[in-house]
Design a protein around this ligand. Structure first.
Ligand code: ACO
Length: 374
């Protein structure tokens, strides 16, 4: 009798040299051998993007050139702007990004002169432009300029969002968050990108598969769901009561638990520190205390710990970022990891095609439609 592994838990489906996730006594995360704890406050997100995409950290000169390239790749074709204007303002921004990336693939398809590495850089550079062009057009009736000489992607995103220069602490938090979201080995969305790649499909199709997979609340959508929960409470006591009730009803608390980590998510403490620091100057800084109480209840009741999404929610909120943009921010960071995996899959490709354990009816006789009962 064959057995199945529900959700592929614990199944190793391929070799990778991009990132390592392990859990001896708490979670550990390395990007190409570098611990995230060493990267978050010392590196810019562009350095990490370069590390993931090109395999090594850039020299100062290479970084300057890379940042310059990304700056020049931010502009959007007029037809794409039109599509963004025609996409309703009520659309979930994850659907906007899925559509916009797909449409860019029609305008700038993968060819021998527009290769994979180029497309990876182009998407990294222009996803913030797509998202925030659509956002300002529909929320504020404004056609914003996506041209900017701002060097960093963190600064560029916040600059476009606020339409003015962001405060330094917001920019630092956002940079940390982009680094933490950049890569996480064979997550569902990355695996979706690798499956699409394994059929020898094009780069954009793999990215679009990944965006669609990230959207769900069990994956990237958890940061938005966590914020909606946290915001319901005015006090930690209120949060404790409600979360206990939810657990009693077997309702999942978004932003907790993980498939691989079993004791802690190493990214959580890093973004939690940012959230704590920003809470001290935010008008609704009390939400940090609410979050901490939810964390305590989840540990006491279920031995579950916050994953990256939980404290990212309040960190973004304290930066004044609207909740419905949280998951798309995950895209603008993770496009680096996805792209690195697409390149890696292509370099050692074999079609990914698992098998199922059939549990349907046994072989039976076909009856023509006119002879069927009912
Ligand atoms: N809240 C309450 N209970 C939970 C939670 C949670 N967040 N997570 C797991 N559990 C419980 C389950 O109910 C289950 O309990 P049971 O055995 O009594 O039925 C047990 O823990 C195991 O949970 P599974 O869902 O089977 O664990 P799995 O490894 O399949 O799922 C996942 C991992 C999807 C992350 C899960 O913990 C979850 O749904 N968390 C909430 C969504 C979330 O935060 N996703 C973000 C993931 S990280 C990221 O994308 C950055």
């Amino acid at each position: 009798m064959s057995t199945t592994t529900e959700g592929l838990e614990g199944v190793i489906v391929g070799d990778s040299s991009i990132c390592s996730v392990s859990e001896p006594n708490g979670g550990h995360l390395l990007y190409r051998g570098y611990a995230i704890e060493d990267l978050v406050h010392a590196a810019s997100f562009e350095e990490i993007a370069y590390l993931l995409l090109y395999g090594e950290l850039p020299s100062l000169n290479a970084l300057k050139q890379y940042q310059h390239k990304l700056i020049t790749e931010r502009s959007l074709p007029d037809t794409l702007k039109k599509v963004l204007e025609l996409t309703p303002g009520t659309t979930h921004p994850m659907d906007v990004l899925r559509t916009a990336c797909s449409f860019l693939g029609a305008l700038e398809p993968e060819t021998s002169s527009n290769g994979a590495q180029n497309i990876a850089d182009r998407l990294l550079a222009c996803i913030p432009s797509m998202l925030l062009y659509w956002y300002h057009f529909h929320q504020h009736g404004k056609r914003i300029s996506t041209e900017s000489t701002e060097e960093t992607i963190a600064g560029y995103f916040l600059d476009l969002l606020y339409q003015h220069t962001p405060p330094d602490d917001f920019r630092q938090t956002f940079n940390v968050s982009l680094i933490l979201y950049a890569e996480h080995e064979f997550t569902a969305s990355t695996f979706a990108a690798r499956i699409t790649t394994s059929t020898q499909s094009d780069f954009y199709s793999a990215i679009v598969s990944a965006i669609g997979t990230l959207r769900g609340p069990l994956h990237g959508g958890a940061n938005e769901a966590a914020m909606k929960l946290i915001q319901q409470f005015k006090t930690p006591d209120e949060a404790e009561k409600k979360v206990k009730e939810m657990l009693a009803q077997k309702i999942k608390i978004m932003g907790f638990g993980h498939r691989v980590y079993k004791i802690s998510d190493p990214r959580s403490a890093l973004i939690k520190a940012c959230s704590k620091q920003l809470s001290t100057q935010s008008k609704d800084g009390y939400l940090y205390a609410v979050s901490e109480r939810i964390e305590r209840v989840m540990w006491d009741e279920k031995k579950l710990f916050p994953n990256l999404d939980f404290y990212s929610a309040t960190a973004y909120h304290f930066c004044g970022i609207p909740t419905f943009l949280f998951t798309p921010i995950f895209v603008l960071s993770r496009v680096t990891g996805w792209s690195a995996h697409i390149l890696e899959q292509r370099a050692h490709n074999r079609l990914i095609r698992p098998e199922s354990h059939y549990i349907g009816p046994g072989k039976r006789k076909f009856v023509p439609v006119e002879q069927r009962k009912g």
